[in-house]
Design a protein around this ligand. Structure first.
Ligand code: ADP
Ligand code: GLC
Length: 505
């Protein structure tokens, strides 16, 4: 009687308490600060920490790339996992994430993961030939750990939370394993990458022949890791509500829209949060001086330092536009390149950091040669410079053709650097266009293009420049963005609610 009364009276506390018994295995192919190629790493570094803060018992599973091994010198072996396709066995190590202390399991298998190059590509930018095996093993280990006879008998997850194609086979393996325990979820960060491989990999990876069909993991006569995840996972999330709707259409579904639409009721769009300690202009150690929404003049000092460091003319009044991005079709920077000269003729400067498609790299490098005092182009990956650009520029340019969530526009908001974005995915969900009305009601935070087209980009940039010249309005837009709550609190709660719903099923 007393117990049930307590349950009624203090429901929130009861929920939080019971949460500590929810065990989640978060499977990812990259996690900041261990290894990062893009936003998935940021999310994998910060979401588990936020969930842990809410009381969840969450652990990460990641391949033991050389970079990961180097950053976790205290990792210790905890299990031997055998009976794996083609490679036989691996050792499972356990360590803690730097800074957050979230436990992380590392798959130690030097022949698969410890080599010079990136997590997905070799030094010359080609996919590792054995990627289906490398990520097939990640998926299979994840599924093995989610069964009752897991070698980790003292920690068996209730939820197997997979991310993108690299762990997409895990829900399929789990589906066919006897004695499973966990319910599975897949988070879709980007449908453009699907992990499709020749059909002979079905047998090589010990997937049941019967799974290789349209109602399974076959996709246009290939094995699709991502389709496997979407088909077999008990629940699906995407990283913004708008992207959750978009992927059910042929324009954004990359051929998977039919399957996704058939699972519409199990798709949940949860907007990513950002790590607000790491991305905080008031404490950012990469900046010459720190600032917040009440000391925006200090941002000028950061801007001048950036201009000087990049070899641009040092001038506070000159509008400085920034880009930090993968240079791919997705990000729409070809549109920026095509209007860049017009923008430069209006007296702007451009600071770009990124890498990717050769034609874009060359195009921006050529622009920098033509306008050395106005354009700085850094090709490559550079964490400190990404913070300095985010803080030092006036306007952040992000004209993505599609953007599942996008983190950079949120970093821009937090750094008082209003973004210019396309009306898609997480960009549409996180940036409010500036006009007389939104300026008056205090919601204006950036500039949303009418369409993903060069003309629309140019007019949004010109729109932004008009406001930039009016210091009072500009400060308002900056402060509106800086005062937004962009952290994980809200979204982490939404994941918890989903986990609980899954466990209750
Ligand atoms: P995506 O994951 O599609 O590339 P996001 O906006 O979600 O896009 O995340 C990109 C992340 O990668 C951000 O943290 C951004 O700062 C970082 N990033 C992208 N390119 C570079 C680069 N050249 N140097 C440093 N950081 C980069
Ligand atoms: C992907 C998407 C990006 C998203 C990130 C993290 O890389 O392209 O939009 O922010 O994943 O979810």
């Amino acid at each position: 009687m007393l117990a049930s009364l307590q349950t009624v009276l203090i429901t929130p506390r009861i929920i939080i308490k019971s949460l500590s018994f929810v065990r989640i295995l978060f499977v990812t192919s990259e996690a900041y600060p261990l290894i990062k190629t893009g936003g998935l790493a940021d999310v994998s570094g910060s979401l588990p920490a936020a969930l842990r803060g809410l009381g969840a018992d969450i652990r990460i599973l990641i391949p033991g790339y050389q970079q990961v091994i180097d950053k976790l010198p205290d990792a210790r072996p905890v299990a031997h996992i055998d009976n794996l396709p083609l490679i036989g066995a691996v050792t499972l190590m356990l360590a803690e994430m730097p800074d957050t202390g979230v436990p992380v399991y590392i798959i130690h298998c030097p022949s698969l993961y410890q080599r010079a190059g990136g997590p997905y590509l070799d030094a010359s930018g080609r996919d590792w030939e054995d990627n289906p095996l490398r990520f097939g093993i990640l998926s299979r280990v994840a599924a093995i750990l989610s069964c009752r006879n897991s070698p980790l008998s003292d920690w068996i997850p209730d939820i197997l939370h997979c991310n993108d194609w690299q762990s997409g086979l895990a829900p399929a393996y789990l589906h066919y394993m006897p004695d499973t325990h966990a319910r599975s979820m897949i988070s879709l960060h980007n449908l453009a990458f699907q992990g499709c491989y020749p059909a002979h990999w079905v047998e090589r990876l010990w997937l049941p022949t019967e799974s290789y069909q349209m109602h399974g993991l076959e996709y246009h006569h290939q094995l699709s890791f991502l389709k496997a995840g979407i088909y077999y996972a008990d629940s699906i999330t995407t990283v913004s509500p708008t992207y959750a709707r978009e992927i059910q259409t042929s324009q954004y579904g990359f051929g998977l829209e039919g399957l996704l639409a058939s699972r519409a009721h199990e798709i949940h769009g949860i907007l990513n949060g950002i790590e607000t300690q790491e991305w905080n202009p008031a404490t950012d150690p990469y900046l010459v001086t720190q600032y917040d929404d009440r000391h925006l003049d200090n941002k000028n000092a950061v801007k001048n330092a950036l201009q000087s460091q990049l070899g641009l003319s040092v001038n506070t009044e000159t509008p400085l536009l920034g880009v930090v991005s993968r240079l791919t079709h997705q990000k729409g920077l070809d549109m920026f390149l095509s209007v860049a000269e017009t923008v430069l003729q209006q007296g702007c400067q451009i600071a770009l950091l990124g890498g990717g498609e050769a034609v874009l790299e060359q195009g921006f490098k050529a622009l920098a040669l033509l306008y050395p005092n106005q354009v700085s182009v850094n090709i490559g990956y550079n964490e400190p410079l990404s913070h300095q650009i985010m803080a030092g520029v006036d306007i952040f340019i992000m004209p993505s053709r599609f953007e599942p969530c996008g983190l950079n526009q949120m970093y821009g908001l937090r750094y008082g650097t209003p973004p210019v974005v396309t009306p898609t995915g997480g960009l549409a969900d996180s940036v409010v266009d500036t006009n007389a009305e939104t300026l008056r009601n205090g919601t204006a935070t950036g500039f949303v293009m009418d369409a993903p087209a060069p003309g629309a980009l140019l007019s949004s940039i010109e729109h932004a420049l008009a406001y930039y010249r009016n210091q009072k309005s500009w400060r308002k837009i900056q402060r509106n963005g800086m005062r937004l709550d962009l952290g994980w609190a809200h979204s982490a709660q939404a994941y918890i609610a989903l986990y609980q719903q899954l466990m209750g099923q």
